[in-house]
Write a protein that binds this ligand. Structure first.
Ligand SMILES: Nc1ncnc2c1ncn2[C@@H]1O[C@H](COP(=O)(O)OP(=O)(O)OP(=O)(O)O)[C@@H](O)[C@H]1O
Ligand SMILES: [Mg+2]
Length: 344
């Protein structure tokens, strides 16, 4: 089956006064129909830069220096970069919808929720108010909100969790096949996060869309995803099923992220973070970008950036020449964390 989204060798730079920022480097991956893929990685690893390029909404200073983004629906395959503007408008929302990072604050404060739905619908050629109203009611019902009350409400009258539900409902307005959620739960408390994740799981089952879920929180991402992609310094360093990534991580950075997951039962302060900071994306080192922070680095690691190679199984890949040593060392600590997350 042709994947719904196929990203091939994609590189994206930002122009800055200091020189180009290499924010995304040689990223390739596919998303199958109905699949959920989580993209994880620390702040600045390139997750948002990558995702907004899928709907061609990158800032002006961004430039795709290499690669392709192909989208396939029931009828055809289109190249997102060369899509004519009118088709691009159609593609956004009705094929692929994105809920942006920090979108909770992006509501227009002076219009009520009904008008937010109506504006979005009209911008996409839906003219019949009665139909839009019926659709808005149906969608709000689907995200477990009381439509009559919510449609009359203004953004400031809603809690963070309610706003996120409204945004999810809005993203579904034109029945897209692919939904991108950029950190949809970050601003929410832990219980609200959980209810949003549950909701997304239900919607996905009911509506069958494909989902790209961006998060820096491994445990949240794992609850929803089929597969995970770990990004570091603009590139994919590991790609695996959720189970493989949690129980058999093969890149030291994934191991670091796993160890950084807060231990629920631990004392305050037991939340680890990975020591050190990511490299300067303008002056990248010649070897593996993780070397300065990597506990397993040897001289050869600094010579050239490793390729993304299959480890253990063909569907599990890591960009690390030391992956066998990682495999030997990944032991009970990670498994304990993985189990805690799995049973949380
Ligand atoms: N408009 C811009 N101009 C220059 N550099 C930028 C711009 N936007 C992002 N960057 C840089 O590109 C890199 C990737 O940023 P991006 O926002 O994609 O990361 P992210 O993984 O989404 O991070 P976060 O988890 O904080 O959202 C960072 O180093 C960032 O500083
Ligand atoms: Mg981001």
């Amino acid at each position: 089956m042709t994947p719904i989204l196929s990203v091939r060798d994609l590189s994206i730079d930002y122009r800055t006064r200091r020189g180009p920022v290499h924010a995304v480097r040689d990223v390739s991956f596919d998303i199958e129909k109905g699949e959920t893929v989580a993209i994880i990685g620390e702040s600045g690893s390139g997750k948002t830069t990558l995702a907004v390029s899928f709907i061609r909404l990158s800032p002006r200073s961004a430039r795709i220096t290499k690669g392709q983004i192909l989208y396939t629906n029931d009828r055809e395959t289109v190249d997102i970069q060369t899509l004519p503007d009118d088709e691009l408008r159609q593609y956004r929302w009705s094929e692929c919808a994105m809920v942006f990072q920090a979108a909770l604050n992006s509501f227009n404060p002076v219009i009520n929720i009904w008008e937010q739905f109506a504006d979005t619908a009209r911008a996409h050629g839906m003219k019949d108010s009665a139909k839009i109203h019926a659709r808005a009611q149906e969608l709000l019902d689907l995200v477990h909100l009381d439509p009559d009350r919510i449609l009359k409400a203004y953004p400031h009258e809603l809690s963070g969790g309610m706003k996120q539900r409204v945004l999810i409902a809005l993203s579904l307005l034109l029945e897209p096949q692919l939904i991108i959620l950029d950190e949809p739960t970050t601003a929410l408390d832990i219980l609200t996060q959980r209810s949003i994740i549950d909701l997304l799981g239900q919607l996905r089952k009911k509506l069958g869309f494909s989902l790209i879920f961006i998060s820096h929180d491994l445990s949240i991402a794992a609850e929803l995803a089929d597969r995970m992609i770990t990004m570091y310094a603009g590139t994919i360093v590991e790609r695996a099923s959720v189970t493989d990534l949690f129980y058999r991580p093969r890149h030291p950075y994934s191991v670091g992220l796993l160890r950084a997951v807060p231990r629920v039962s631990g004392a305050m302060g037991s939340v680890a973070s990975i020591p050190g900071s990511p490299p300067d994306l303008i002056r990248l080192p010649s070897g593996c970008t993780y070397v300065p922070r990597c506990p397993l680095a040897i001289a050869a690691c600094a010579e050239r950036e490793p390729d993304l190679v299959p480890v253990d199984t063909p569907n599990h890949e890591a960009r690390c020449i030391r992956w066998k040593t990682v495999a030997e060392q990944v032991g009970t600590a990670e498994v304990a964390v993985a189990e805690k997350i799995a049973t949380a």
